[in-house]
Design a protein around this ligand. Sequence first.
Ligand code: GUN
Length: 281
Amino acid sequence: MTARIIDGKAIAAAVRTRLAERVAGLSFQPGLAVVLVGHDPASAIYVRSKDRAANAAGIAAQTIRLPADTAEADLIACVTGLNNDPLVDGILVQMPLPPHIRTQAVIAAIDPAKDVDGFHPMNVGRLADGHPFLVPCTPLGVMRLLAEADVSTAGARALVLGRSPIVGRPMAALLLAADATVTVAHSRTRDLAVECRRAEILIAAVGRPEMVKGDWIGTDAVIIDVGINRTADGKLVGDVAFAECLPHAGAITPVPGGVGPMTIACLLENTVTAALARRSL
Ligand code: GUN
């Protein structure tokens, strides 16, 4: 048997269409501000796609571009200005930030009610204690993909590969909230292949090209590949060796066209969630 391919691009397009219809029915226009510091080429591409997708959904998006040598205090002043701007419902500061800026200090300066990345300690805590409000976009996108692909999480053995604050940790919390039996594996995990083989749902988020091999996959497992890695010959690959895993898995996401498009769709959803919550709607 060959695995069903979960088409993240099509699912994200459907989510965005539904969202645009919801936005069109609102009596106000939600606003999203994206802050980009410096000239990281990958970040510049992401920020442009976010801007375009937000505007297409009827969200008023603005991008604030600051020079790479911006002082931390000036970036925090910019964030504070956005916190106080009534037309802004969502604030996203694109990561990574230049090394002279303390990422945690900037995240802590964002109003938790406008924190559409879900990175503020208040939102991290809400998710950790089982009462999520604004949740990081990539793991939220993975949960939406699982739901749309009719994957049942309750009681399932789920393995999260990676423990980053952006993906692995919130992913584990969301799966736990969805009643999965969750294991988090990472660079110090022993017998990684054995852990992977036991998983009915495997979420790979380690940033290592094609690290998960075909014979690590349990029969009919659902594989969600969060990785986006560029190989030496310029090809985009995930954290999973896709072709090798196809004959073993029950369902699998491709790279590109799997999780990536869902991240932006969920950012737009979070912006609308924040906009409605701020107005107590
Ligand atoms: N850089 C890579 N992923 C993300 C993300 O989800 N949010 C932000 N702000 N920066 C990122």
